[in-house]
Design a protein around this ligand. Structure first.
Ligand SMILES: NC(=O)c1ccc[n+]([C@@H]2O[C@H](COP(=O)([O-])OP(=O)(O)OC[C@H]3O[C@@H](n4cnc5c(N)ncnc54)[C@H](OP(=O)(O)O)[C@@H]3O)[C@@H](O)[C@H]2O)c1
Length: 252
């Protein structure tokens, strides 16, 4: 098989994942793209033989081996895996009507889906001479936000999981990068009804991510103005919580 670099991108049928696929093809990578359905990838698939779609519902553990086998038929190894698939729902506290099952739903896709994806791709990364594992968390982990109990917790879990993996995969020669995007204009955020400061296009986000990934940082948070805005919440979490949710009873 050729010496062309090979990348696996999950959540590739839409939004950030789709934009990443386009950037990796532009840079002449061989791209294996996954999602549950081809979605907006179909057009690209018809015109670019360097792109292959391998369906994978990241929640479905029973498919891990067959998906790995399918990818191994296409490429001899993976030089990079970008675990980007994810979803978002916000919690509404509505007494007995509160949809607590959403916590499990979101953790199952965002967190356990990433764990399943790591299990799937690790043996293929180990066959590369320059392996790199990249996972997508969120700027939401920088500070607590209302209604983000499920999404924020899943993304914080991802960040910790990747930090720990970075240490344990280091002896195997696998670099690990955690990416914290701010607000990016995709089908996922188009449902939001609140203000999204520093909203950027998926293409701009993917371009910055592509550049950053080549340098293999431990973490890449963007855009910078949003990181600066969240600086207080990140460094002074008690102050942040007191400001946004002061005690209702003063016991001092
Ligand atoms: N947009 C933002 O502002 C923003 C900010 C911070 C972090 N992020 C993160 O960036 C990632 C991409 O988000 P996006 O905004 O590009 O969202 P998006 O346009 O909704 O794309 C989500 C992708 O994930 C795939 N996916 C969802 N559930 C899946 C499952 N069970 N198995 C396999 N694939 C699944 C979807 O494909 P199928 O439905 O076909 O499976 C789709 O390709 C997510 O992890 C998100 O949390 C986004």
């Amino acid at each position: 098989m050729s010496q062309q670099n090979k990348v696996w991108i999950t959540g590739a049928s839409s939004g950030i994942g789709l934009a990443l696929v386009k950037h990796y093809l532009q840079a002449d990578w061989r791209v294996i793209a996954s999602a549950r359905s081809e979605g907006d990838l179909s057009e690209l698939m018809a015109t670019d033989s360097r792109l292959t779609f391998v369906p994978f519902d990241i929640v479905d553990k029973t498919k891990i081996v067959s998906v790995r086998d399918e990818i191994a038929k296409q490429v001899d190894c993976l030089d990079c895996a970008i675990l980007n698939a994810g979803t978002c729902e916000y919690l509404d506290i509505e007494g007995e009507q509160t949809d607590w099952s959403m916590m499990e739903r979101i953790m199952s896709v965002n967190f356990f889906g990433m764990v399943n994806s790591v299990e799937m791709c690790l043996p293929l990364l180990q066959k590369s001479s320059q392996p790199h594992l990249v996972g997508i968390s969120s700027q939401a982990v920088q500070a607590a936000f209302p209604r983000a109990e499920a999404y924020g917790a899943s993304k914080a879990a991802i960040r910790y999981f990747l930090s720990s993996l970075r240490m344990d995969l280091n002896p195997l020669g696998i670099d690990v990068t955690c990416i914290l995007p701010g607000f990016v204009d995709t089908p996922l955020t188009r449902k939001n009804t609140f203000d999204m400061p520093f909203l950027m296009s998926a293409d701009d986000a993917a371009q910055g991510m592509y550049r950053a990934i080549q340098k293999r940082p431990y973490e890449y948070a963007f855009p910078r103005p949003l990181s600066a805005m969240l600086w207080l919440g990140r460094h002074f979490p008690k102050w942040w919580l007191k400001k946004l949710a002061p005690n209702k009873t003063d016991n001092s």
